[in-house]
Write a new protein. Structure first.
Length: 51
């Protein structure tokens, strides 16, 4: 399931991950580290909702 940042609209896609920030493809949103932030605006995980 994809998650969208409610502040900037960035979509976290588990199939892609966030390789620029060390998150490998296939990493579920729930498995992201607690200190992971939106790569676009820096929002915390609590600012994301299912897309």
């Amino acid at each position: 399931m994809k998650y969208e940042c409610i502040l900037c609209g960035y979509i976290y896609d588990p199939a892609v991950g966030d390789p620029d920030n060390g998150i490998k493809p296939g990493t579920a949103f729930a498995d992201l580290p607690d200190d992971w932030v939106c790569p676009e605006c820096g929002a915390g995980k609590d600012q994301f909702e299912p897309a």
